[in-house]
Structures are given as C-alpha cells and as structure tokens.
Design a protein. Structure first.
Length: 157
C-alpha cells in the first residue's frame, strides 16, 4: 500500500528531455554510431573512448523518477515535490551542463576571484596539429605548460 503522503507529493518537472529532439536522436542512433565508429570515424576522430557509453547511458537516465529522486519539502508551508536525480554530465547533457556552468561561475565570483579586473586568455591549437593531440592525449599537459610559460613570460615583460 502506498502512503497517502507520497501520492499527494507533486513532481518537479521543469523540463521534458524525452520530448527533446536531441534526446530522441541520441536514444535512436547512439548504438548504431558505436557499431560503425571504428570503420567510419576512427581515422578522423580517434578511437571510441570507453567512458562515452557511460556518459550516454547516464544522459538517457537523467531526470527519470523511476531511477531515483529526492523529496523536497518546505518546512514553513509543508509543500513538497519529488526531484528526480540528474546525470551531472558536463558538455553532453544540456540541462546539467548549464547548471554546472552557472554554479562554477558563481563559485569563482564569490570564493576564488578577487574584486579586481580580470582577463581571459584563449589558446587554440592549429588544425594541422590537432590530430596529434587527438591520438596522444598526454601531449595536452605539455601544451598547457608551454602556454603557461609563454603567458607568464609575456606578463613579466
């Protein structure tokens, strides 16, 4: 028997990912993509990384009440609703990514950065060199160190 409290609880439903074209496209075609990746795309985009399937499956489960939720209740008015768990995936899940970006920006503003003018520096990799970094990810750490050395030299001069 289901307690009356659970039946009366509202469901927090700010978005409906299953009605989204992006979600439906991923759901319908990601297994096909995984099956043909090695033959069609590996040469241009690198090998299929093992964590990709984990990211996709968690995205497809994002916001599903059947897979877990938190009960949110106001102590003052006793209003409550069910909040489904999210996948917490950056870049792939639009909803979770936007939330993380906003939280991180607020964290930087309140906790990390001082109230002084800031600059943003963007370093890009020439297209001819990107293929090397795609196949050998360890080069990225060396690239970061080189960018830091160049920037620090520039700022000191």
């Amino acid at each position: 028997m289901i307690p009356a409290l659970i039946v009366k609880a509202e469901v927090y439903n700010p978005r409906t990912p299953r009605k989204n074209q992006y979600y439906r496209c991923v759901e319908a075609h990601f297994e096909e993509l995984a099956g043909v990746w090695d033959d069609r795309y590996q040469r241009d985009y690198g090998y299929w990384r093992p964590y990709v399937l984990d990211v996709i499956y968690k995205y497809l489960d994002c916001g599903d009440l059947h897979l877990g939720f938190a009960r949110v209740k106001c102590d003052d008015c006793q209003h409550e609703y069910l909040l489904p768990f999210s996948c917490k995936r950056r870049y792939f899940c639009p909803s979770c990514h936007q939330k993380r970006v906003l939280e991180f920006g607020e964290f930087l503003y309140t906790e990390v950065l001082k109230q002084v003018p800031h600059r943003q520096w963007v370093f890009s990799i020439p297209k001819r060199l990107r293929r090397y970094f795609m196949y050998d990810r360890s080069l990225l750490s060396q690239l970061s160190r080189c960018a830091w050395k160049v920037l620090s030299f520039y700022l000191k001069s």
